[in-house]
Design a protein around this ligand. Structure first.
Ligand SMILES: [Zn+2]
Length: 478
């Protein structure tokens, strides 16, 4: 039974974490590729609670230290150095990462602070060797247009990713240092979401904006979603680690349901951090930490952002993928599925160039259907389209050509395969011969199908099926 979310007073906001596709980490020169598989050694650390400047210990801090855990960190040769080990101060902020984060902030209609200041955010689960995560606010007070109105963007932050858990038990957690420090953009929305489906739409749209930069990392674990949920009389709970977009609506629904049941039992809803489970339910992780656990990172000087720089950036912001999609569909009469594939593969520009040189359908076909099977550098592919021109190719010949190109054969040599391909006139002649030899085919319930079978038996591999069908229809109309 679905819930009446209006009556429940559901409020939700999402928080998206996206790794950037970038060479180096945020505060050192280590590779951010996250590909090292074999650690070279391991270090051991223990966490000790220290009272804050005001003499109190944060509720989240107290909760973590209760567990008295040992943390072990795996060190990787190319993907960790003394910075990740916290035995050397951070290097200056990665400027390329800052540029991408600023782009994202501007694309989300944010105000950008005049000064970007790196802050430390206390983290007590050992996922960061320093005991804090470095984060810089690069945008605030923005908005995102959705089908149900504007959703506020409260913050866009550039931050370092945390260590990845390799293994954990009651006494120890083993972390990999290679994910620590990978540049990450965090985007938080206002609690403007009022139904589970709206949560999905907002997360999807933000994902689209991120991919529009061309610098969002792809693949499992490169984007992570958290969602904050409350209902009337309940309390804000943060659900962490929603890996799949499709799960978001179910998570929102089950958390609203859970809070409703707690209230019904006459109990108070506590402010928790909960973990998203693959079945759409959630489980308790820890109490929600108090706010204001940020203090300045004194090792890194603030960076000034001038109005001039922002003006320049606004002029060259990447086009949004959904706009690009609409444009391609219209300009080249492609359906949404094919155009969507081209855009999401990041091949929109390549496709437009190819479509100008060659046949639109052929270009779309090659870039979507065959791009995984045959890896061909863009310039070689464009040279191929240019020399091929608008000619239609039978599937068999096309595949052989693409295979040749992927193996590095010269474009001109590959195009010699074209010699096998029948011309339009050759095909028409074959169609006419077959009609003359087997006139009974014309009496079949669907004569074009009957002829198609006969003609294809003769020309398979030497003429594209679609062209053959077109010419048969033409002959039948005579
Ligand atoms: Zn490093």
């Amino acid at each position: 039974m679905s819930l009446d979310y209006k009556k429940l007073g559901l409020k939700a906001g999402v928080e998206i974490h996206q790794q950037l596709a970038i060479k180096h980490k945020l505060f050192c020169q280590c590779s951010a590729a996250f590909q090292d598989k074999e650690p070279v050694f391991e270090i051991k650390r223990k966490l000790r609670p220290v009272a804050g400047e005001l003499g109190d210990i944060d509720v989240a801090a107290a909760f973590e230290t209760l567990k008295d855990k040992t943390f072990r960190y795996k060190v990787y040769l190319n993907e960790s150095c003394a910075v990740e080990l916290d035995s050397e101060p951070p290097h200056p902020l990665n400027r390329e990462a800052l540029e991408i984060a600023l782009q994202i902030a501007l694309m989300l209609n944010c105000e950008v602070p005049e000064e970007i200041e790196v802050m430390r955010k206390t983290v007590l689960d050992g996922s960061n060797t320093s005991g804090f995560q470095r984060t810089a606010l690069v945008g605030l007070n923005g908005w995102l247009q959705t089908s149900f109105g504007r959703v506020g963007i409260t913050n866009v932050c550039l931050e370092e990713d945390a260590c990845q858990i390799i293994k954990k038990d009651k006494k120890a957690v083993i972390y990999g240092l290679n994910r620590l420090g990978i540049p990450l953009v965090e985007i938080g929305t206002s609690p403007d979401i009022h139904t589970p489906e709206q949560a999905r739409e907002v997360a999807e749209k933000i994902g689209m904006v991120l991919r529009s930069t061309g610098r969002a990392k792809r693949g499992i674990g490169t984007i992570r979603q958290d969602v904050n949920i409350s209902i009337k009389g309940g309390a804000r709970c943060e659900i962490k680690g929603v890996q799949k977009l499709n799960l978001l609506p179910r998570i929102v629904e089950s958390e609203a349901q859970r809070q409703k049941e707690v209230i019904k039992k006459g109990k108070g809803v506590t402010r928790d951090v909960r973990r998203a489970l693959p079945n759409g339910r959630t489980e308790f992780m820890r109490p929600l930490p108090g706010a204001a656990r940020l203090y300045p990172e004194t090792d890194i000087p603030p960076i000034q952002i001038t109005a001039k720089r922002l003006r320049e950036m606004r002029k060259t912001l990447p086009e949004l993928l959904d706009k690009k999609l609409g444009k391609i569909m219209k300009r080249y009469s492609l359906n949404e599925e094919i155009a969507g594939q081209i855009v999401s593969l990041g091949k929109a520009e390549l496709f437009e160039k190819a479509a100008r040189l060659s046949d639109t359908k052929l270009a779309a076909n090659v870039l979507t259907k065959y791009s995984r099977q045959f890896k061909i550098p863009d310039d070689r592919l464009l040279e191929f389209f240019r020399l091929l021109g608008k000619k239609a190719m039978p599937k068999e010949v096309l595949e052989k050509m693409l295979e040749g190109l992927s193996k590095g054969r010269p474009v001109k040599e590959v195009l010699k395969l074209e010699g096998k391909v029948l011309s339009r006139d050759d095909i028409i002649k074959i169609v006419q011969d077959i009609i003359n030899k087997t006139p009974q085919a014309l009496n079949a319930p669907r004569p074009e199908q009957a002829l198609m079978g006969l003609v294809m038996r003769e020309v398979r591999g030497r003429a594209p099926g679609a062209l053959v069908m077109k010419l048969i229809m033409k002959e039948l109309k005579k």
